[in-house]
Design a binder for this molecule. Structure first.
Ligand code: FES
Length: 119
């Protein structure tokens, strides 16, 4: 499986609490937007879709963190999510949270690992 992992960006492109990197995945034949961020050293990635209404989180491309740099925020109505696991921490999504995607940091790059459902 790891052989098919693909590079999203360089590891240095993801600064802790800084701008996220957007990328595209394919699910059931449809291209979907995703993003990766770094938080407390670790990299995490999610579908770029608010759990409240199906729209992208970043209003300014790549701006996923709130002002405190502790939460991911939906720029539209302010839902807050945990950067570490996508859990809903408040706002309008009623506990649904973000959908994580498998990413890994290795050899100075960030890799996305496709599955049968998401490539
Ligand atoms: S669309 Fe994200 S909080 Fe409403």
């Amino acid at each position: 499986m790891a052989a098919h992992a693909r590079v999203i960006c360089r590891a240095a492109d993801l600064v802790d609490g800084g701008p996220g990197v957007r990328f595209t995945v394919r699910r059931q034949g449809v291209d979907e937007q995703a993003f990766a961020v770094r938080f407390r050293g670790r990299v995490a990635a999610y579908f770029n879709r608010c759990a409240h209404v199906s729209i992208e989180l970043d209003w300014q491309p790549g701006e996923f963190f709130d002002d405190s740099k502790v939460y991911l925020i939906c720029a539209t109505h302010g839902a807050l999510y945990s950067p570490a696991d996508g859990r809903c921490l408040g706002g309008r999504c009623n506990g649904r949270g973000l959908t994580p995607l498998p990413v890994e940091e290795r050899d100075g790059s960030i890799y996305f690992t496709p599955s049968e459902q998401i490539s």
